[in-house]
Design a protein around this ligand. Structure first.
Ligand code: SAH
Length: 227
């Protein structure tokens, strides 16, 4: 049994995984152009080291993607902040869909900024890991699903924001159909050599396209993986 008096060292972190390391990361994100105070505050408050494999924990607060096994990665903090800021700019978020939960870092960043988040992951062991990570953080407005999200998740639509954290070769039209009025879709589009991060906003039945950055995500793949 854990004593209530002891600080939770795993959550708070020590040394390079400390608050100070997080503060440095947040400063570097601000320098790179992240302006939203809300987004920076959540990044400052969220322990990224709990999402990272022990072998890489000393790199948790570097602004880079890291391997999480199963040939997948935890996204680069700057890209997480950029996508979150982009979808948040339209106003308060009621319902959000994320496609590609991975270990759950992006989910943890958007969850405090939305009423309700649904996130889908196709690889079962990663889904299980995300469930444990988000439980540790006490985020109770998150619904995680094990499944193929390449066509979105129509059951809970429409969404004020859809964040896709794996890259398709083109924008699936099903995702556009699942956007609420003024809803926003942040999606990397392109092959494995690199993609453009697009922000697509629904204005009535038109879709306004903006290109945000060059990025590099793992590919969006079909089907579920059980183990
Ligand atoms: N959001 C994560 C990024 C994880 S990497 C973070 O914040 O770090 C992208 C994830 O997308 C991988 O775990 C991969 O398995 C998952 N993925 C790829 N195609 C998918 C699909 N069709 N449906 C659901 N998840 C998918």
């Amino acid at each position: 049994m854990e004593s209530n008096e002891k600080p939770n060292l795993h959550l708070d972190g020590i040394g390079v995984t400390s608050r100070r390391a997080r503060e440095r990361l947040v400063n570097s994100l601000a320098k790179k152009g992240i302006k939203s105070g809300e987004v920076l505050d959540v990044m400052r408050a969220t322990p990224r080291h709990i999402f990272v494999d022990e072998a890489f924990s000393h790199l948790s607060y570097e602004d880079r993607a890291l391997n999480i096994g199963y040939r997948q990665t935890i996204s680069q903090p700057y890209v997480v902040a950029r996508m979150t800021e982009a979808v948040l700019a339209a106003g308060p978020l009621r319902r959000v869909l994320e496609i590609g939960t991975g270990c759950g870092y992006q989910t943890a960043i958007i969850a405090p900024l939305a009423e309700e988040v649904h996130s889908i992951e196709r690889i079962k062991p990663l889904h299980d890991r995300a469930v444990a990570n988000l439980r540790l953080l006490g985020l109770d407005n998150v619904h995680l699903l094990h499944g193929d999200g390449s066509l979105g998740y129509a059951e809970q639509s429409p969404y004020d924001a859809i964040i896709v954290t794996a890259a398709p070769l083109g924008v699936p039209k099903e995702l556009l159909a699942q956007l609420a009025p003024n809803g926003r879709l942040a999606i990397p589009v392109g092959g494995e050599a690199g993609q453009e991060l697009r922000l697509i906003t629904r204005v009535k039945d038109q879709f306004v396209n903006r290109m945000l950055e060059h990025v590099r995500f793992v590919p969006l793949l079909k089907g579920r993986v059980r183990n």
